[in-house]
Design a protein around this ligand. Structure first.
Ligand SMILES: [Zn+2]
Length: 488
């Protein structure tokens, strides 16, 4: 009886403590709404027309073996000079590897802060011939429809961003603004092919010249609405790093024979077993400091039961880890993922195969490495009959700081431009040019001042890529605000 009483008291005390902690995470008074910054209608038209023109240059990245379209890239470069005369007078421009563009907006010398960089890319992915008919408008015509939507390849990825940056610079110069630190605009021409000839070369040039950036910002993350379960309000996601990737090929050879007299394992089943073993032993899911910062940032927008769980991670961490991992997108942030993607073996139903292979694709979390992935797979398979070969391999980047100048300025500019929406750190699961700048900047962030509706994700690299003209104008205001904050 006494024990029961004691237990009830302990439970009551714990419950009170948990609720009290939850109060620390106050809910938002009402769902936060995105506020669009005000823009002048005539400006809106000019900005839209300029992006529309930019889309007409077919700066397409077809493949690593196809040279860039000289006429298109040259034309685009000349279009930039003609459209942004003030920017091209105030800034120095170098052409790197024939097509990439490195702009430097020199400091007025008032402060001695480290330079910063704005990154974007000029190239776009091709529109496959079989998908052309599904486009509502010609993907390279830059059509602006009656509803105020601008259509075309690159509208979002990434000419819309590049043009917004140039518009912001042009407008700031026209008001007499001069930055008090060097600002670079680094526009790659082969981002869609990995950026080895553009961004990678520009990054090594900065290094050779002894230029070290305080921070850089690129595409790769954005504001999202309706994408985070349980969160109604828009959330600005600033990405701190990129996952790496590698594929492993597990192969086995065997002398073969007739299937009527098998000896147990075949080359096919050995390869399959290797793939199965690594899939059966996934990397542990971790609710790390970054995911914790993420859920804490969005907690005020969630209901009480979720807030009580987030406010009491000391007790709920294992449970919450499991719950979050139910969502494959969130699980991808929590560990190195494994996907068994390919198999090859056998020629006939009654012949023992002489060769078998299985391929597993890994997306590497910043806490893991390519070498570590290979090592772990070899241990898990632990079978001399199975060869493990590495296909490709790209390390994850380091994670940038959430307390550095760049992160704070991005967060402040988001609030200033779009209202007090929650800002949370995230991790990019695909590759961008940004990773090439890891060694030449203290921090590299990925953020586009654009609201992704769940529908938008399939438009990027897909059919009917488009942007609302008012959203485009808001991007310009964002970059203007950010430049003023960072260099004034
Ligand atoms: Zn892009």
């Amino acid at each position: 009886m006494r024990i029961l009483k004691y237990l009830v008291l302990v439970i009551l005390a714990l419950a009170t403590f948990m609720v009290a902690r939850t109060v620390l995470v106050l809910p938002s008074a009402e769902p936060v709404k995105l506020q669009m910054p005000e823009t002048i209608p005539s400006e809106l038209d000019r900005i839209a027309n300029n992006l529309s023109m930019a889309i007409t240059y077919k700066t397409i990245s077809h493949g690593l073996n196809v040279p860039p379209d000289d006429v298109a890239f040259r034309g685009f470069r000349e279009f930039l000079s003609a459209t942004y005369p003030l920017a091209h007078t105030a800034m120095e421009r170098e052409t790197i590897n024939d097509y990439s563009l490195m702009y430097r907006w020199p400091s007025n010398g008032i402060s001695n802060r480290k330079p910063i960089a704005f990154l974007a890319h000029m190239d776009v992915v091709p529109v496959p011939a079989h998908g052309l008919n599904d486009w509502q408008h010609d993907p390279y015509a830059g059509v602006i429809d009656d509803e105020g939507v601008l259509w075309g390849r690159g509208a979002m990825d990434d000419k819309g961003i590049l043009i917004s940056m140039m518009e912001a610079v042009e407008r700031l110069i026209s008001t007499g603004f001069a930055p008090d630190r060097d600002i670079y605009f680094l526009f790659g021409h082969d981002e869609e092919l990995g950026g080895d000839k553009g961004a990678a070369v520009m990054a090594s040039m900065l290094k050779e010249r002894g230029i070290h950036l305080a921070w850089a910002v690129d595409e790769g993350s954005a504001m999202v609405e309706g994408a985070i379960p349980g969160v109604q309000s828009p959330v600005a996601l600033i990405s701190l790093g990129e996952k790496g990737s590698v594929s492993l090929k597990f192969s086995a050879e065997d002398e073969g024979g007739h299937s009527s007299a098998p000896k147990g394992f075949t080359a096919a089943s050995l390869a399959a077993r290797a793939g199965y073993l690594v899939m059966e032993n996934p990397y542990p899911l971790v609710l790390d400091e970054y995911l914790e910062a993420f859920i804490t940032s969005v907690a005020p927008e969630m209901d009480f039961s979720k807030r009580i769980a987030i406010a009491n991670l000391w007790a709920t961490r294992p449970l919450l880890t499991d719950q979050l991992a139910q969502n494959p997108t969130i699980a991808a942030f929590m560990h190195t993922t494994t996907a068994f993607t390919m198999m090859k073996s056998g020629t006939k139903t009654n012949i023992l195969p002489q060769y078998g292979e299985a391929v597993v694709n890994y997306r590497i979390h910043p806490r893991d490495t390519v070498a570590g992935v290979v090592e772990r797979a070899k241990e898990l398979v632990g079978d001399a009959r199975i060869k493990v070969a590495q296909l490709g391999g790209r390390e994850a980047t380091s994670m940038s700081s959430t307390s550095g100048e760049g992160y704070l300025m991005l967060a402040e500019t988001i609030a200033e431009t779009f209202g007090p929406i929650p800002t949370a750190p995230t991790l990019t699961v695909q590759g961008t040019d940004a990773r090439h700048y890891t060694g030449v900047a203290d921090d590299v962030y990925r953020f586009m001042p654009f609201v992704f509706q769940p529908d938008d994700l399939k438009r990027i690299h897909g059919t009917n890529e488009s942007i609302r003209v008012d959203a485009l104008a808001a991007q310009v205001v964002f970059f203007e605000n950010l430049i003023k904050k960072a260099a004034n």
